[in-house]
Design a binder for this molecule. Structure first.
Ligand code: CAA
Length: 247
């Protein structure tokens, strides 16, 4: 089957990483479904992309809510077809030292960054099994691999994503479905730019390449892992961090 007949869903599409993933997958010829949460942001983002020549199918849905995700994915299936490629990209931070971490910040990050992976993957897996083809790509973080001051919630969620990847990869390996993790380092997105400037500058100083990553540098790997060239890659965790964490 050519890319043109395959439907790719990107969660958290309106963020910096999500935007470039959507564009790259669209350029590759997929039908791209962009998930968003806020109407205002979704509309604005769609209009901006339209001006750039991209036409995405927009899907509103709260990835923390199992029922809402089910409704969203059923609507996509009814309107355009079953999803073949799922990019679990939606994520937030609520950075605080653990002694200041409130339960709401813990749950918000675990729900958005980790439970969302269950919610979205669970609702697409049966259609992927029926197609005997599927790609699930989980966007984790260098801070899930190595930890970071102020991110007990985020690091727990991001490390959890790769545990999920490894187990699901084994379960569906014989069904034409691959499941992989990408662990970006510090990429030039609004999320990273929200870190206090002096803290961010110190972090960048510790990156061997001496710079933040570009969003397109993550999108290229998403494109490759989604393609038929990556058929034998599953359960893997790809670091893209400018040498910040080598192991
Ligand atoms: N290492 C060691 N000690 C630190 C520290 C660090 N990185 N940061 C703060 N501290 C110390 C402070 O010196 C202070 O010590 P004292 O009480 O003895 O003075 C104590 O910890 C408390 O510090 P603050 O009062 O400054 O705490 P805060 O609540 O104002 O700030 C924080 C804490 C916001 C978490 C800040 O440390 C921070 O921004 N850390 C970086 C978090 C980060 O990298 N987030 C990444 C976001 S982007 C992302 O997540 C994408 C991705 O995947 C990479």
């Amino acid at each position: 089957m050519s890319n043109a007949n395959r439907i790719a869903l990107v969660t958290g599409a309106t963020g910096g990483l999500g935007t470039d993933m959507c564009k790259k997958l669209y350029d590759d010829g997929y039908v791209v479904v962009a998930n968003f949460r806020s109407d205002e942001k979704g509309r604005e983002w769609y209009d901006e992309r339209k001006l750039e020549g991209y036409d995405f199918y927009m899907a509103k849905g709260d990835v923390t809510d199992y029922e809402d995700v089910g409704r969203m994915i059923a609507t996509i299936k009814e309107k355009i077809g079953p999803i073949s490629i799922l990019i679990n990209n939606a994520g937030i931070t609520r950075d605080k030292p653990f002694w200041k971490m409130d339960a709401a910040s813990w749950h918000a990050v675990i729900d958005t960054n980790l439970t969302s992976v269950f919610n979205c993957s669970r609702h697409v897996i049966e259609d992927m099994i029926a197609q005997q083809f599927g790609r699930i790509i989980n966007i984790s973080s260098v801070n899930g691999q190595r930890g970071q001051f102020g991110q007990t919630n985020y690091s727990a969620a991001k490390a959890g994503m790769h545990g999920f990847t490894k187990s699901l990869a084994m379960e569906v390996a014989r069904k034409g479905i691959t499941v992989n993790t990408i662990s970006p380092g510090y990429i030039a997105t609004d999320m990273v730019m929200a870190v206090k400037e002096e803290v961010r500058n110190k972090i960048v100083e510790q990156i061997p390449m001496g710079r933040l990553g570009g969003t397109e540098e993550i999108a290229y790997l998403v494109s490759f892992l989604a393609s038929g060239k990556a058929n034998y890659i599953t359960g893997a965790n790809y670091a893209i961090n400018g040498g910040q964490h080598v192991y």
